[in-house]
Design a protein around this ligand. Structure first.
Ligand SMILES: Cc1cc2nc3c(=O)[nH]c(=O)nc-3n(C[C@H](O)[C@H](O)[C@H](O)COP(=O)(O)OP(=O)(O)OC[C@H]3O[C@@H](n4cnc5c(N)ncnc54)[C@H](O)[C@@H]3O)c2cc1C
Length: 422
């Protein structure tokens, strides 16, 4: 079997790439080891940047859970920061469970003409004698949810996309290891049936108290809770370190302690929990590169694209898919191999232009906030300053204009240009 492009993984990155490539007329095969509706451990939060990417894919978000902005709690402060109305970004965010979001996205790619094979795992890259990636080895996923899946042994394509998430199996197989000097996050999350599902704000807790605030032990990490609709709240906590070092913290135990002491009115009890408590890593600040070389592109988590500022990775995964598709479509129109390579090289350049300087700042940010004493001072003295918090909110949520905008946007544009791209 062959195609113009084979995409491994039907998460946000793979689906966005396949959608935009199919719209551009490329013959695309997408391989997904799970089935549509598979779960992915995530906070399910979609900032205005993600909403914009969904709009560019023509996804119908009618009926999805909307939110107005961030509620930030910490250092004795409680702050509401609405999403600003920007030229390039809407003044609302969304939340959607990944079981539904990823199915919706995959269905968009199929509607656009991509061929989706589910229950099929890409086990290794196929390489030419010169080391170029020219396809993938494939087999039905062991213990697949749907029995009787058949798969070709190999799929060849002049362009292969690793959108397989944090495991990045193809990238790893060709020696593109993660850079341990870049930040890595760890987070856990669970769903609860809760009266808090009526809340229209995304709540972020910069301090997690093991009991009433200020009167008990401070737990490690930062927490979130927001409605995902259908009476459910996504609750989680996580932490980030500036290097990919493993912490000895048992985040599940911390989560359970936090939940045991949560106010009874929130309903975060074992009886109200829906599904399992899941945990996963967040690969940040371009911790796996190059994003294109020798026939293989890395998208989303496979390219370490989670924001070191806030742990958001869906918008970046969707964006990487769109920018990868642009380069792939340009390459397909070239008549020489050298021309095609030049065109494909636009993809890493576009990612670096969009997020490179911003992520360099993000690495500095993480190296500061990983020290609890620095974080405590920032929380106590920073949260009370409204203008500073508007800047912080735009910076942390990637909600700043790349061109034009107000004084805050200009300031962030200047900062990101002053540093080298990550
Ligand atoms: C606890 C937690 C909370 C988070 N909260 C948020 C949040 O609120 N908002 C946000 O924007 N981001 C959040 N993130 C980050 C976000 O989940 C990821 O950045 C995002 O899922 C990346 O999308 P992706 O398409 O690159 O990878 P994934 O979503 O991981 O998709 C990869 C796909 O590839 C498939 N696959 C993998 N290997 C193979 C293979 N060999 N063959 C075939 N298929 C394969 C997988 O089954 C999967 O479907 C959170 C992450 C964690 C861990």
């Amino acid at each position: 079997m062959s195609a113009d492009v084979v995409v491994v993984g039907a998460g946000p990155a793979g689906s966005a790439a396949a959608y935009h490539m199919a719209v551009a007329g490329l013959d695309v095969i997408v391989l997904e080891r799970g089935e549509l509706g598979r779960d992915k451990v995530c906070g399910d939060g979609l900032t205005p940047s993600a909403v914009t990417e969904l709009a560019l894919m023509g996804v119908d978000t009618t009926g999805w859970r909307r939110n107005k902005g961030l509620r930030v709690i910490g250092g004795g402060h409680l702050l509401h920061i609405p999403w600003p109305e920007q030229a390039s970004l809407p003044s609302y965010g969304l939340a959607r469970r990944r079981t539904e979001l990823d199915r919706d996205l995959a269905e968009r790619t199929v509607a656009a003409g991509a061929r989706l094979l589910t229950g099929v795992t890409a086990t290794a890259p196929l390489t030419s004698p010169s080391g170029r990636v020219i396809g993938v080895e494939v087999r039905p996923t062991p213990r697949a949810a749907r029995p009787g899946v058949t798969a070709p042994a190999e799929i060849t394509a002049p362009l292969v996309v690793d959108a397989g998430g944090v495991s990045a199996r193809l990238a790893t197989a060709v020696g593109r290891a993660k850079d341990v000097r870049r930040p890595l996050g760890v987070a856990v999350r669970a769903y609860f049936r809760s009266p808090r599902a009526d809340d229209a704000w995304m709540e972020s807790r910069l301090e997690l108290w093991d009991g009433p605030a200020g009167k008990s032990e401070l737990l490690p990490g930062y927490g979130w809770m927001w409605s995902v609709g259908d009476g459910l709240v996504n609750v989680g906590l996580g932490s980030v370190s500036s290097r990919a070092a493993t912490t000895r913290i048992d985040y599940r135990a911390v989560f359970n302690r936090w939940m045991e002491r949560a106010p009874a009115s929130w309903g975060f009890t074992p009886d109200n929990r829906v599904g399992r408590l899941g945990s996963a890593a967040l690969p940040m600040a371009f911790n796996r590169k190059p994003h294109y070389a020798d026939g293989l592109m890395l998208l989303g988590d496979a390219g370490g694209m989670v924001s070191p500022f806030n742990g958001e990775g869906i918008a970046q995964a969707l964006m990487s898919g769109r920018l990868a598709a642009r380069a792939a479509a340009c390459a397909a129109a070239r008549s020489t191999a050298a021309g095609r390579e030049k065109a494909l090289g636009q993809y890493p350049a576009a990612m670096a232009e969009r997020l490179g300087g911003y992520y360099t700042l993000g690495r500095v940010f993480v190296s500061l906030i990983e020290h609890p004493e620095v974080m405590r001072i920032c929380t106590r003295y920073g949260l009370g300053r409204r203008r500073l918090m508007r800047l912080v909110s735009k910076l942390l949520s990637d909600g700043w204009e790349r061109r034009g905008g107000d004084g805050i946007d200009h300031f962030i544009q200047l900062l990101t240009r002053m540093v080298p791209a990550a």
